[in-house]
Design a binder for this molecule. Structure first.
Ligand code: NAD
Ligand code: ZN
Length: 360
């Protein structure tokens, strides 16, 4: 038996207002005055000077606003990398992602592709990255995905939705300032928060679980239950706790895996462009068979926060489209194996997946 040796985020600052320390955190990492820091920022903040005025720009540093309306694509990563290479003579001092999972994943992927040849799609998979990425910093503005702590960056490529999973993917520095999450709209708060909850259930109920994963998963799960079911948390407490739940949820899956909801949600996202958080909710809502207790509590949370999920999203799909979703989903072997064990193919047939999708 050989145990995997995982990297972790080596530096993290936590606290309300800690975003103000970004300048002093970055200064020693500047390679020279011609090597800029590039800030990839969710364009939802474009007119939000409360946030943007505090981004510590110097010399040739640049902000690139990116829309999070769609999930990151390999092509988009390649274009960003090319534009950075064309614009600057020097390799940047660092890439700083400010936003949700979309922006965090883009920042990770761009930092990897600045030092690795070819296209981002060549690196979708496990441990394909050859060279260390450039210095990269993650600053979440919405909590739940665990992208701030994970060793993957999930990208949609020409033929698959799959992460660049590698030892070079995790951030070198993370800034956890829950104040940055105060403007998140309610529905989005729920969807991305449920991503964390679902990470916990899938990790804790999975066959890959070990004590390392369980300790993080238990912690994240109890935080989620407090945040989404208790009434006595203050707004600040709730924001801070969700930020830490996301972190622990992400840590829990480092050593295990996600499961059925993620495997099916990737299919929805690939074919219909349905985003990760809401897609997971739509799928998880139908998974009593696999996660009875987890789904029961999920439905309580959904009702408590008056969340109404879209229905009938697959009802008009033809067989070919359903097949595409099923192919994407079945391709995620480690997820199925974690969820149901080595013999998962006995339970999960194409017919079974089709029937489940048609309920969504
Ligand atoms: P997101 O980044 O897609 O953002 C969701 C929405 O919230 C966007 O409209 C965005 O503009 C908005 N938003 C973000 N912060 C805001 C703020 N402070 N105020 C107002 N609006 C704000 O959402 P997400 O759910 O965090 O990320 C989803 C992405 O993360 C997917 O692409 C998914 O594949 C990826 N993901 C990655 C990992 C990983 O480990 N790398 C894990 C899970 C999910
Ligand atoms: Zn997820």
């Amino acid at each position: 038996m050989s145990y995997k040796n995982f990297p972790m985020v080596p530096r993290v600052v936590f606290g309300r207002g800690s975003f103000n320390q970004l300048g002093e955190i970055l200064a020693p990492k500047r390679l020279n005055i011609n090597a800029p820091f590039i800030f990839l920022v969710d364009d939802v903040f474009k007119s939000d000077s409360w946030l943007t005025s505090r981004i510590p720009l110097a010399y040739n540093d640049q902000i690139i606003f990116v829309s999070a309306a769609e999930e990151p694509k390999t092509e988009q990563v390649d274009e960003l990398v090319e534009s950075i290479i064309l614009k600057f003579n020097e390799r940047p001092s660092g890439i700083i992602g400010i936003g949700g999972g979309t922006l965090l994943d883009l920042a990770k992927a761009v930092s990897i592709m600045l030092t690795n040849k070819g296209k981002a799609q060549d690196y979708q998979g496990w441990d394909l990255v050859k060279n260390k990425a450039i210095y990269h910093v993650g600053i979440p503005t919405i909590s739940g995905t665990g992208a701030e702590v994970s060793r993957t960056t999930v990208l949609t490529g020409p033929d698959k939705k799959l992460g660049i999973n590698s030892d070079f993917t995790p951030f070198d520095q993370v800034v956890l300032d829950s104040e940055l999450t105060q403007s998140v709209p309610k529905n989005q708060w729920f969807y991305t928060g449920m991503d964390c909850y679902i990470h916990c259930i899938e990790s804790l109920e999975g066959t890959y679980l070990n004590t390392f994963s369980q300790s993080y998963g238990d912690m994240a799960l109890s935080l989620c239950e407090e945040i989404f079911l208790d009434d006595d948390l203050s707004v600040t407490e709730s924001q801070e706790k969700l930020m830490m739940a996301s972190w622990h949820g992400g840590m829990s899956i480092v050593y295990s895996q996600v499961g059925v909801a993620h495997a099916m949600s990737y299919g929805l996202s690939y074919l219909l462009g349905i985003k990760h958080g809401i897609g997971n909710c739509i799928v998880f809502d139908q998974l009593e068979e696999f996660y009875p207790e987890g789904v029961k509590v999920f439905k309580e949370m959904k009702a408590k926060h008056n969340i109404v999920l879209p229905q009938g999203i697959c009802s008009k799909l033809n067989d070919q489209e359903l097949d595409t979703m099923i192919d994407i989903s079945l391709g995620l072997v480690p997820l199925w194996e974690n969820a149901l064990g080595k013999n998962w193919k006995r339970t999960i047939t194409r017919k079974k997946l089709k029937a489940l999708y048609l309920r969504m």
